[in-house]
Design a binder for this molecule. Sequence first.
Ligand code: CAA
Length: 387
Amino acid sequence: MSWALIPLTEEQRAIQRTAREFARTEIAPQAVAWDRDGGFDRRIVQQLGALGFLGMMIPEAYDGLGLDTCTYLVALEEVAVADASAAVLMSVHNSLPTQMILRYGSEAQRLHFLRPMARGESLGAFALSEPDAGSDAASLRTQAVRDGDHYVLNGVKSWVSHGSMADVILCMARTDTSDERKGARGISTFILTPNLPGFGVGKKEDKMGLRGDPTVQLVLDNVRVPAANRLGEEGMGFIYAMQSLENGRLGIAAQAIGIARAALEHSVAYAAERKQFGKPIKEFQAIQFKLADMATRITAARALLYSAAAAKDRGEPITQFASMAKLTATETAMWVTTQAVQIFGGYGYVKEYPVEKLFRDAKVTEIYEGTSEIQRIVIARELYNRT
Ligand code: CAA
């Protein structure tokens, strides 16, 4: 798939080659087993860490690679081509918990939590959603009550990607329960570790796709967290989460483009091999038009993503562009993988061939880190905010 529209630097090309080779040799051979068994081999975290891929945007002073967003997304797409589950692990860790600690954390928190995370010795997760607070994230009910120099947390967090594997969890909880209408402003962020008494891993979801990355509930039963583990200011947790999800949505867009690219690459190869009516099916316009539209939509989605990421790297606001990039890329992934299944026909519907998994993996990208409907709300709101 041509990258010609994105002018990569020499350094970015080198990182792309490294990521592609790693993904091809270390991730792709395991992806089917992870999908079948519903979990990773933990070694993937050490391997990604050894390459620096779990600290890509962390400054070198905190043991990261100190790279920009565009370079990170180049590596992430390569990982996603091989396996969307490995990509979500990399995306969540790089975009949410590490960036939150870097941006809002104290120096002590950066030294204690961020440095091992950047080295890949410690895996990060993000806990915002709850059983009754999904799209309406500000309605979350987990409580954090101050008790001396601690907070006591009670509640259930849902849909936590690799929450059962994580060493550091950035958890949003309500610190102000005095007035329900305080909503978003009554929420704070806490840095949790699984060794805290009362911290438990609850139900593991039996998912349609993205099965390698375990999605779990976290149960907080009187978890006493040192006040020093509160991130930034009390009451600012929802704003921190929203600002960080802008980074997250760029990562999910790159993941979706990787899934779509894999579907296109498999389809191109299959259409050249598969013969019907006496010739390879790539000779039929019905197939050519599908392949052409798949390639065009992927290229357009990537161009939008890299424009948004470049704006972020220039320090410009990207609320609207991050949502546009996520919306476009994830709907592209779903559409492209649907076409891929159609091109493969019956073989597209069975696990023996690769596009069935890609189709299942694509679906969740339209749901998590803000559904397509939420992205449209954010985009529409910004139309009024800017005028
Ligand atoms: N940057 C900075 N501040 C922001 C912001 C942003 N992007 N978005 C909202 N805010 C601020 C607002 O300015 C407002 O501040 P004030 O109190 O000063 O007015 C405050 O946050 C509340 O904002 P809204 O009134 O807009 O809040 P809302 O309740 O209407 O919700 C929403 C807005 C966009 C719908 C938001 O709830 C949302 O994004 N929902 C989707 C949640 C989501 O993406 N969840 C994904 C969970 S992570 C995951 O998927 C799992 C995983 O591990 C991959």
